[in-house]
Design a protein around this ligand. Sequence first.
Ligand SMILES: Cc1cc2nc3c(=O)[nH]c(=O)nc-3n(C[C@H](O)[C@H](O)[C@H](O)COP(=O)(O)OP(=O)(O)OC[C@H]3O[C@@H](n4cnc5c(N)ncnc54)[C@H](O)[C@@H]3O)c2cc1C
Length: 401
Amino acid sequence: MRLAIIGAGFAGMYAALSSARLRDIHGVSPDDLEIALIAPEPTLVVRPRLYEPRPETLTAPLLDVLKAIDVDYIQGSAETINTDARTVQITTPKGPRKTLSYDRLVVATGSRLFRPNIPGLAEHGFSVDSLDDAIALDKHLHSLADRPAINGRDTVVVAGGGFTGIEAATELPARLREILGKDAKTRVIIVDRNSAIAPDMGEGPRPVIEDALRKLGVETRLGAGVAALDGSGITLADGKRIEAETVIWAAGIRAAPLTQQIPAERDNFGRLLVDRDLRVPGVAGVFATGDAARAACDDQGNYALMSCQHATRMGAFAGNNAVAELLGVPTRPYHQKAYVTCLDLGEAGALFTRGWERKVEMVGDLAKKTKQEINTVWIYPPRAERAAALASANPERVTNL
Ligand SMILES: Cc1cc2nc3c(=O)[nH]c(=O)nc-3n(C[C@H](O)[C@H](O)[C@H](O)COP(=O)(O)OP(=O)(O)OC[C@H]3O[C@@H](n4cnc5c(N)ncnc54)[C@H](O)[C@@H]3O)c2cc1C
């Protein structure tokens, strides 16, 4: 029997750990139940940190931990899924394509930035969405120091005033000062179509964010859409222009395209609708998880968000349930009651809220310490020691905040 997991993000990593854990609990040998993880690189890209400086350091190795729990790593990108034949076709960096058959499949392919068809965006827009994008942005920011300090050299526009846009923007004043010197007249401007900053956060936490933006001198242009980009700035929908040699696009993500190959229903973000066991209804043997899936978290109408916090726990349930089906033991319905947000606000600290109503629990330095602990400890893979790694993936305990 074989379980194949596609994707080595937070969801894929925890699917691998929890499936190996259940196999181990039932004393089944890896020869009888093979678990294979398919991903382009055997590393976890720590996506929630990609707004930070030195993005090239923001990965964590996975090979040793996978080896310790007897999960096979297959290097490559899943190109085609045939859900009738139960096969995945994989393109490998070197050598011919591989075809892998599966008995159960976990789709954990995550998400990627949505780039609308705005003139100039593809050529001139930067982002903090993927490792390559974040590295390209960092290189570009460093290259500004070699250019004349005229026009928009010292101005960065961040398009999108949601979580990612705010974290990127609030980190920038310090980042730019480090590169351009403390006397540079840097400007950071968040542009968003919505009339309020952080539209998903609601009224409670918003004053904390607004206060942080004021302290850092980050400007906002709200109710303003970006109509076009060129090498030297942006044009807004009302025709106004902002000179800026750096534009960071942070206005929305979508599930990775592989979900389109599963013949099932998807939401507006391209996420596969899944049942409480994270199975894709009507497609035999297929589970979806993390940013690739839309799952109910409880019976109160809350649904998992495209977040690391949800992806990690959903991954643990999906891996567990896929193996449970293969072993003929009961599955565990996914549930995630606790929900917190921890938003980095650069040198203005951070914001920590609890619950779906986003009650502010911590601000400033206290929240910042929690954010640093989340970002440097909690979201990293467990150490490559079999018992500890397997124990870390009990679905009931993963991200139980
Ligand atoms: C700048 C930024 C800040 C963020 N901040 C936060 C935060 O503060 N809190 C929070 O909870 N979340 C945050 N997030 C969101 C969080 O990073 C995502 O929700 C999380 O990464 C989703 O995990 P995932 O495993 O589902 O997908 P991903 O992390 O996207 O991983 C997907 C994996 O699938 C692989 N893959 C994709 N397609 C294929 C294929 N065809 N074949 C093989 N492999 C494939 C990818 O290479 C990758 O390994 C942030 C994201 C960004 C970009």
